[in-house]
Ligand binder design. Structure first.
Ligand SMILES: [Zn+2]
Ligand SMILES: [Zn+2]
Length: 216
């Protein structure tokens, strides 16, 4: 029997993954600029994505970012959760992300319960319809990981303990209160665990055990 040549020319992505590529293309971290420029010295331990991205990641414009920042955490999560679900559905990831969605639903309920206790006479003003439909159409263009970031952290970054995440933190982003999770520590850990499980599940086919070990 002829041995199969696993690495064909189109398989560049498979030969050069990195920890940050886990979950590519919807749940990986942003593309590595060094790798794109030719070579990345961090190789497999790089916290950024070494897979090919079709086009530049879309970002929210300033108005939408400001609106999301101004919303109460439960309102923001409630607005964005269905959009994350739709995006997952359209990418064929609804099933594999079931655990993550379930965890987020429970986190939202927990958040609602505590925020009602804390502020019984809360004068929360939901965003006007026109504004929320504008933000929705912006969010629909984002990859899942960014929607998750906005939903939970009010930020395009979702810190989840990958090597690149802590690098971001050292760059000063960690001081930003916007990056703080509104959830309890335990709930936040469950969300992060579900995300990392999903990333690993999506990537086992292209990554070696070594990478998964680095991740864990
Ligand atoms: Zn990627
Ligand atoms: Zn890299």
């Amino acid at each position: 029997m002829a041995s199969q040549d696993l690495m064909t020319e189109g398989d560049n992505n498979l030969m050069t993954p990195s920890v940050g590529s886990l979950g590519h293309p919807e749940f990986c971290r942003r593309p590595c600029i060094f790798f794109a420029a030719g070579s990345c010295n961090n190789y497999i331990s790089c916290g950024y994505c070494h897979c090919e991205h079709e086009k530049r990641v879309t970002h929210l414009d300033r108005r939408n970012r400001e609106l999301l920042h101004s919303m109460a955490a439960p309102d923001r999560l409630e607005l964005l959760l269905p959009l994350l679900e739709q995006r997952l559905e359209s990418k064929g990831l609804r099933e594999v992300a079931g655990e993550l969605l379930q965890t987020l639903q429970e986190a939202l309920q927990e958040l609602r319960a505590t925020s009602e206790q804390d502020r019984p006479e809360d004068s929360k003003e939901p965003a006007p319809k026109s504004q929320s439909s504008r933000v929705k159409s912006g969010v629909r263009k984002l990859p899942c990981i960014s929607i998750l970031g906005w939903a939970v952290r009010a930020s395009p970054v979702y810190l989840s303990g990958l090597p690149g995440d802590s690098a971001d933190d050292e760059d000063g982003l960690g001081g930003d209160q916007a990056l703080k999770s509104p959830f309890s520590r335990a709930t936040d850990q469950r969300v992060t665990d579900a995300l990392n499980q999903l990333r690993a599940g999506m990537s086992t086919a292209i990554l070696t055990d070594d990478v998964l070990r680095i991740m864990i």
